[in-house]
Design a protein. Structure first.
Ligand code: CP
Ligand code: NVA
Length: 307
């Protein structure tokens, strides 16, 4: 990676993604083969809860020889306590890298802008790049390739959907996104992805019909209908997303050997049936594991480009 930060998937090229996936696969085979973070301390700045992102980063940093320091919302206070630019300018005097989970994407871009140390986006309201890149690793592991794979995302056009769309567009995946009215991915992202897909050989279809998206797909993917920060909308959203659950009958429309993916945490019985999550078609725990390997590859890449 030429850049010093990882803030979105769309900042990457197809070549950079491929390099990251290769490095991640190598680290998965030999987890302790790199000491990239030896003597380094990474700060985890989390304004929202997390299990996978926090634990996979903390363990990955340790495996790379470094140490981590977790600062939750109680430590950080809100934006009213300190502007992100001041936080960045202070923290870079102590730390060697930052992973930030925030609400606004501008909070991570401001941290990166004012920080000479690498900043990784650990999820914002609009993007979840570490998740999408790990998902590409998982899909490639399963099918041996990305180009030409049929990927159906069914549910909310949210942060996870956006980063996945960008990753799919860059790597030649045929993606279909089914969302209810009012919950489609934003038009600017759709336009960007269509442009990238034209170059990579991918495609992007938007629909309101989950069955149309699922038909013949090799991967069916969903995420929660109510993301962190949207809790007050939960009742309205449950109603809006009725009929968008991924379950056995929908999976039967997919290709033979199709898999089910979910970034987790899942709400069993809402966006996915409990049986499907536990079925052999579900590869959600491989997905979760791959966060560890992929994020380690990101550190290797970011610190290589800094040298
Ligand atoms: N998928 C994911 O980012 O999970 P956490 O919110 O638990 O980190
Ligand atoms: N869309 C979800 C993803 C959680 C990993 C959220 O933002 O809450």
């Amino acid at each position: 990676m030429k850049t010093t930060h990882l803030l979105t998937v769309r900042q990457l090229s197809a070549v950079q993604i491929n390099t990251l996936l290769k490095e991640a696969a190598a680290l998965k085979r030999k987890p302790l083969s790199r000491r990239t973070l030896s003597g380094k301390v990474i700060g985890l700045l989390f304004h929202k809860p997390s299990v996978r992102t926090r634990v996979s980063f903390e363990v990955g940093i340790r495996q790379l020889g470094g140490e981590s320091l977790y600062l939750g919302s109680g430590d950080l206070g809100g934006a009213s306590r300190e502007a992100p630019r001041d936080l960045a300018r202070v923290l870079c005097r102590y730390l060697d890298g930052i992973v930030a989970r925030t609400f606004a994407q501008t909070d991570v871009t401001t941290l990166a802008e004012w920080s000479p140390i690498p900043v990784i986006n650990g999820l914002t309201d609009s993007d979840h790049p570490c998740q999408a890149l790990s998902d590409l690793l998982t899909i490639r592991e399963r099918f041996g390739k990305l180009r030409g794979i049929g990927l159906a995302y069914i549910g909310d056009g949210n942060n996870v959907c956006r980063s996945l769309m960008e990753g799919a567009a860059l790597t030649g995946i045929g993606m279909r996104v089914a969302t209810p009215a009012g919950h489609a991915p934003d038009p600017a992202t759709v336009a960007w992805c269509r442009g990238a897909a034209r170059k990579s050989g991918g495609t992007l279809l938007l629909t309101r019909d989950p069955r149309e998206a699922a038909e013949g797909a090799q991967v069916l993917y969903t995420d929660v209908w109510t993301s962190m920060g949207q809790e007050k909308e939960r009742v309205r959203r449950l109603k809006a997303f009725r009929g968008f659950q991924i379950n056995g009958p929908l999976m039967r429309r997919a290709a033979r050997g199709a898999v089910f993916m979910h970034c987790l945490p899942a709400h069993r019985g809402e966006e996915v049936s409990s049986e499907l999550l536990d079925s052999p078609a579900s590869i959600v725990y491989d997905q979760a594991e791959n966060r560890l390997h992929l994020q380690k590859a990101v550190w290797v890449s970011l610190f290589r480009s800094k040298q």
